[in-house]
Design a protein around this ligand. Sequence first.
Ligand SMILES: *[C@@H]1O[C@H](CO)[C@@H](O)[C@H](O)[C@H]1NC(C)=O
Ligand SMILES: *[C@@H]1O[C@H](CO)[C@@H](O)[C@H](O)[C@H]1NC(C)=O
Ligand SMILES: *[C@@H]1O[C@H](CO)[C@@H](O)[C@H](O)[C@H]1NC(C)=O
Ligand SMILES: *[C@@H]1O[C@H](CO)[C@@H](O)[C@H](O)[C@H]1NC(C)=O
Ligand SMILES: *[C@@H]1O[C@H](CO)[C@@H](O)[C@H](O)[C@H]1NC(C)=O
Length: 213
Amino acid sequence: MAEDNQMVPLPPLKLNPRNDEEFAAVKPQQEKSSKCLVYLLAGIVILSAIFLVFALVVMRPRTPHLELSLVSVKNLVYTNNNASFPSFNMTLEAEFSIENPNFGMFKFENSTANVLYGGTTVGKAIIGKGLVRARGKEKIKVKVDVRSYRLSDTEKLSKDINSGILKLNSLAKFSGKVKFWQIVKKRRTASINCSMSLNLTSHAFELQDLICS
Ligand SMILES: *[C@@H]1O[C@H](CO)[C@@H](O)[C@H](O)[C@H]1NC(C)=O
Ligand SMILES: *[C@@H]1O[C@H](CO)[C@@H](O)[C@H](O)[C@H]1NC(C)=O
Ligand SMILES: *[C@@H]1O[C@H](CO)[C@@H](O)[C@H](O)[C@H]1NC(C)=O
Ligand SMILES: *[C@@H]1O[C@H](CO)[C@@H](O)[C@H](O)[C@H]1NC(C)=O
Ligand SMILES: *[C@@H]1O[C@H](CO)[C@@H](O)[C@H](O)[C@H]1NC(C)=O
């Protein structure tokens, strides 16, 4: 097509500004291919940049979000008379909700839930291992047997039982790895610390004032 244009006789005395451009377009083959190479390289650079941004945004490991969605008391017994040591026994049934915001799965292991009274561990549960799908949510049910016999401060315990309120803390920790297609693995730990009051005077032995952080 360009060849044809060259053949067309120019109208005399009329300077056509488009002519120059047309000639420029018919520059030697070599320049054309080097231009191609520049475009190709630019394309590769732009694609790499896009991929890098994608990798940084999508594969950024975030800590899964942990919540205590339910907790209840079962089988509560307690004594507080001068005939025996003050003590309490119960089973805490809890349901944790763990949400994985990552585009890769979260695989946890050696996870635990502990119940503390006055800073002393009075119950322990091994949750073990499991996984939460990419951008998924899992509910995990945990039963913790709580026994007060480890407590040495019976005076405080006696006072608390008499007041009708037992202040408990529940700590849970899910430790594991966020995995992006088996390529990138990053360790993340989701943990929660909840405080609650067990009301001994209410008939249902309600847990009140549940505050988690
Ligand atoms: C709590 O359980 C322990 C052992 O399981 C038992 O020895 C204790 O008597 C129980 N306490 C009460 C108040 O039932
Ligand atoms: C236990 O005995 C002491 C002294 O005898 C008394 O002051 C206290 O009120 C008693 N406690 C209970 C829970 O009965
Ligand atoms: C989990 O616990 C077991 C036994 O306590 C230990 O052998 C293993 O190394 C632990 N795994 C991690 C990832 O901490
Ligand atoms: C949990 O929170 C309580 C306050 O509610 C605090 O006294 C305690 O130190 C915390 N424990 C951990 C392990 O963060
Ligand atoms: C415990 O529960 C009883 C009955 O539900 C209620 O009257 C009382 O105020 C509660 N105690 C506290 C400290 O909230």
